[in-house]
Ligand binder design. Structure first.
Ligand SMILES: [Zn+2]
Length: 307
């Protein structure tokens, strides 16, 4: 079984890209897709910026898209564009779903038993790590600790709260054999209304990120990145974050641009004419986030355009 990202020559696997970006002081952008419109936007952003991207799909998104169908499509986009486009099975809550993704050719799996007590989280994550590596030894296994809430949606009130400690991070990595760790460091899934309106931003516990990085000694993933202060992204990468997840910002851009496109001409019924502006709107958000994660200058108006 060969993962999508390992079909290329050596030096271009997901692990290689993460190692290279870490030495460059950059982070890999992870963006979720539910359909081909979102996937097209991601590929267009990768083409525009010439930067690597990690396509993500949660269990719900995989169910809608089809795990094998998505893997086939990402593989096809990668081959045609010759760009480092990788695929992650985001928030996977069972051994069966982790195995399904590994067998479909995903490059990485986010194993998420973080809602369980610590010891049970360790045991079930370890079991899943061993199972997916038996399918494909080069697959990247991610584990999660702490509470950052669920669902990349617009929320009334903040969720989550229990932050990860460096000690539990060290114990978790040692006991499970994961390749990358997703800790709770002030991040949260979804966005508050005030964040969508651009009136508020998330702030991260940067000192905790640095301490966890030192204790864990593996790649670190920041979930729930949507609506985070730009400066905090930069400092979080400097403190040791390697992968940053953005989902809600894309969903907001998708919905707003789709609404505008539909309202523009009530008689328009051609799907690709209605959907083309949606691809462009989502692409803009992805490109500006990618540039930020790679230390490039970002037009502040563009980032604010998710509001
Ligand atoms: Zn997440």
């Amino acid at each position: 079984m060969t993962a999508i990202g390992t079909t290329k020559s050596a030096g271009n696997t997901l692990r290689d890209v993460l190692t290279r970006l870490q030495t460059e002081g950059a982070a890999l952008g992870h963006f979720n897709v539910s359909d081909q419109v979102l996937l097209k936007a991601l590929v267009a952003a990768a083409e525009e910026t010439k930067l690597p991207v990690l396509v993500g799909a949660s269990e719900g998104e995989r169910e809608f898209f089809g795990a094998r169908q998505l893997a086939a499509m990402v593989k096809s986009e990668r081959q045609e564009s010759d760009l480092p486009i990788f695929l992650n099975a985001d928030h996977t809550h069972s051994l069966a779903k982790a195995l399904e993704a590994a067998k479909a050719g995903f490059d990485a799996v986010t194993i998420d038993f973080s809602a369980l007590p610590f010891e049970e989280n360790v045991a079930r994550t370890k079991e899943a790590v061993q199972a997916i590596k038996a399918v494909n030894p080069s697959i990247l296994a991610e584990g999660e600790i702490g509470d950052i809430g669920t669902g990349s949606e617009i929320k009334e009130a903040a969720q989550g709260g229990r932050l990860s400690t460096p000690e539990e991070a060290r114990q978790f990595v040692e006991a499970t054999g994961i390749d990358n760790l997703a800790p709770a460091v002030g991040n949260m899934h979804g966005m508050l209304k005030s964040m969508v309106q651009g009136k508020a931003r998330k702030h991260l516990d940067l000192e905790r990120i640095a301490q966890i990085k030192q204790a864990a000694g593996v790649f670190l993933t920041l979930h729930g990145g949507s609506g985070t202060e730009d400066e905090h992204f930069r400092k979080a990468i400097a403190a040791g974050i390697n992968i940053i997840h953005i989902n809600t910002e894309l969903r907001v851009a998708w919905r707003e641009s789709l609404g505008e496109s539909l309202a523009r001409d009530p008689n328009e019924v051609v799907p690709y004419k209605i959907l083309r502006p949606v691809v462009d709107a989502v692409k803009q958000v992805v490109s500006s986030r990618l540039r930020l994660f790679h230390g490039q200058t970002v037009n502040p108006e563009m980032v604010g355009s998710v509001a």
